[in-house]
Write a protein that binds this ligand. Structure first.
Ligand SMILES: Cc1cc2nc3c(=O)[nH]c(=O)nc-3n(C[C@H](O)[C@H](O)[C@H](O)COP(=O)(O)OP(=O)(O)OC[C@H]3O[C@@H](n4cnc5c(N)ncnc54)[C@H](O)[C@@H]3O)c2cc1C
Length: 400
């Protein structure tokens, strides 16, 4: 019979907490998931991910960062960090498709949602029934998001929405969308007059067209909106305050999300080196490059830990400095490391293979990881925009 785990009950004793997670992970990680999930059909994958989410939910680890009030375990921040470390170390699968649902949606609703919205939408996330997507970017409004043109016109007890969104991750699987649309085209600044909505993706007039990527697969899609009706009850916050609310949504990309990704890579980085001891590690030039990359990886890990310390001390007032530098270094590092592996491992590494969901940027399929690494220098603000932030906000240089 399966052991009963009390992971959350061990808060207060770090060693016992870690040990309980390790034991639980050893028993519960879906057996052989990397091999089974590779290239699997969408419905099967979704069933696997929902089952894994449910296992995590039973011990309070579906949403380690959620407060008790909303069905989370209310873990102190230091313990949340431990959860991510242990999951990375054990190579536990990530909850692909659920990133927006587990991070961006609650960050938005906890702070700005009405009681009714929280009651209605949060339980569908923890139960895995509802996948959410984020409909912010548009053709012509990516880096310059405030230039968005999708319009929402109030008609009685609903808004009528028209426009187009693009690059919306997992939107082809989504039930709901965090949508930004312009309710007032005559605002003083372009940031004014933007409102924030919960859009039911099953509404008439919503059309989702997946975008094929260089890997041949599609992680995101375009969303076309043609006279889509959104009830007024689905407005988050006040009409016209969408820009400020969107900052809460985007701030979730700063902390634990990137920490998890980097810890996962650190784990596979170690494996890569050990497994190569009789092949490319025997080459002195490769060893030098690997060591230099290791030093770089460690410096990124240290920056992220420092960011987590800052966030723990003052969640609302972290400076833009560390998140910006982390973003600027992590994407290019990933590109250089995955390119190094392609070179070091030779022809065998070049072949295309179906992706393995749940592995983030550490699928260890060399070509896939290399191609995917480029997304990091674009998503959530491109590195050119990050450099603008460094020059203008951190170094105080004049605006270009
Ligand atoms: C993997 C991935 C997932 C994504 N998921 C989502 C999602 O779920 N929902 C969503 O809404 N969006 C999503 N996006 C979109 C992402 O936020 C945008 O791609 C990003 O903001 C850049 O916008 P853009 O693609 O329109 O490029 P543009 O803004 O058109 O920029 C094109 C190029 O010009 C440069 N550039 C633009 N303005 C300046 C400037 N002022 N100074 C210097 N250089 C400049 C940019 O750096 C870039 O190289 C995702 C993107 C990726 C890659």
């Amino acid at each position: 019979m399966s052991r009963v785990y009390d992971i959350v009950g061990k808060v207060g004793d770090e060693q016992a907490f870690r040990q309980e997670i390790r034991d639980w992970l050893a028993e519960k990680i879906p057996a052989g998931w990397r091999a089974r999930w590779q290239g699997v059909r969408e419905e099967e994958l979704k069933a696997e991910i929902v089952a894994w989410l449910e296992e995590r939910r039973k011990v309070g680890l579906a949403t380690p960062h959620w407060p008790r009030e909303w069905g989370g375990p209310g873990l102190p921040f230091a313990y949340q960090i431990m959860v991510y470390e242990e999951f990375a170390r054990a190579d536990a699968p990530e909850l692909d498709m659920y990133t927006i649902s587990l991070f961006h949606t609650p960050a938005t609703l906890f702070e700005h949602g009405t009681q009714e919205q929280k009651d209605k939408y949060l339980s569908g996330i923890t139960q895995g029934t509802d996948i959410w997507c984020q409909g912010f970017s548009e053709p012509g409004a990516g880096s310059d998001l405030a230039a968005l043109r999708t319009s929402a016109r109030r008609e009685g007890d609903h808004y009528v929405v028209n426009g187009q969104k693009i690059w919306s991750s997992s939107s082809m699987h989504a039930r709901y969308c965090l949508l930004l649309a312009r309710t007032d085209p005559n605002g003083k600044r372009k940031h004014d007059g933007i409102s924030y909505f919960i859009m039911d993706m099953h509404s008439p007039g919503v059309e989702v067209r997946p975008i094929p990527q260089i890997t041949g697969e599609s992680e995101f899609a375009e969303i076309f909106l043609d006279d889509v009706k959104i009830p007024v009850a689905n407005l988050i916050g006040a009409e016209g305050n969408g820009w400020n609310i969107a900052q809460s949504t985007l701030s979730t990309e700063r902390g634990l999300l990137i920490f998890g990704a980097v810890e996962r890579l650190a784990h596979s980085f170690g494996l890569d080196g050990r497994e190569a001891k009789d092949t490319w590690m025997r080459d002195v030039q490769h060893r030098r490059e690997y060591a230099a990359l290791y030093a770089e990886l460690q410096s990124i890990r240290l920056m992220i830990r420092q960011l987590l310390i800052e966030l723990e001390a003052n969640p609302d007032k972290a400076s833009p400095t560390l998140p910006t530098y982390i973003k600027l270094t992590w994407g290019p590092f990933l590109q250089r490391y995955t390119e190094f592996l392609l070179r070091a491992e030779g022809l065998e590494a070049l072949k295309w293979q179906p992706s393995i969901p749940g592995t983030g940027h550490s699928s260890r399929l060399r070509m896939n990881d290399f191609l995917k690494s480029y997304g990091w220098t674009i998503a959530g603000g491109s590195n050119e925009i990050m450099r603008n932030i460094v020059s203008e906000r951190i170094l105080g240089m004049p605006r270009g």
